[in-house]
Design a protein around this ligand. Structure first.
Ligand SMILES: Nc1ncnc2c1ncn2[C@@H]1O[C@H](COP(=O)(O)OP(=O)(O)OP(=O)(O)O)[C@@H](O)[C@H]1O
Ligand SMILES: [Mg+2]
Length: 148
């Protein structure tokens, strides 16, 4: 497991940019962490490595953004996904088979559908500009004691 502390949005982007250099075609990157944690910022950094021409924006309404790239880079936002039918309708399972790299915001909502080998990126808000970013092969347990 890797752990970073970020003190600014730019620093989170830089961590995402470096992290993306270690990825391979077919990798799934699953974010956890609440509203405004920095998932989109981290993804913007990833895109600097994976799809430098892309304009990263939150796919909250489109649900998936296609950034192109030498290895295709796709950005999902599962905030609104409630059911397996919802998830199928995003095309998620087709994208999984397509050999690109997926960044998935609100992966909590599709926990049961994430493939083996998923890389988890958990971002915790520690202060206005401070974030802890943990990267590992398993979902990192909630510390806040939120009840599901
Ligand atoms: N260290 C930091 N890293 C990332 N973002 C930070 C940091 N400090 C402050 N911020 C601010 O937090 C916000 C992060 O927004 P971002 O859209 O990346 O979050 P998100 O996790 O994608 O949220 P959402 O769940 O709404 O999609 C931005 O307003 C950014 O400026
Ligand atoms: Mg976001």
């Amino acid at each position: 497991m890797m752990k970073f502390v970020s003190h600014s949005e730019a620093e989170t982007e830089a961590i995402g940019e470096k992290f993306a250099r270690m990825l391979h075609p077919g990798d799934v990157v699953a974010f956890t962490g609440g509203l405004g944690a920095g998932k989109t910022a981290f993804t913007r950094g990833m895109a600097r490595t994976l799809a430098p021409d892309a304009e990263v924006s939150s796919p909250t309404f489109a649900l998936v953004n296609d950034y192109g790239g030498k290895v295709p880079f796709w950005h999902f936002d599962m905030y609104r996904i409630r059911t397996m039918d919802d998830l199928y309708s995003t095309g998620f399972f087709d994208y999984l088979e397509a050999g690109g790299i997926l960044a998935v915001e609100w992966s909590e909502n599709i926990a049961g559908a994430l493939p083996e080998g998923t890389i988890f990126v958990r971002i915790t808000v520690d202060g206005e500009n401070e974030r802890t970013i943990q990267i590992g092969s398993e979902p990192i347990a909630e510390k806040e004691g939120k009840k599901g």
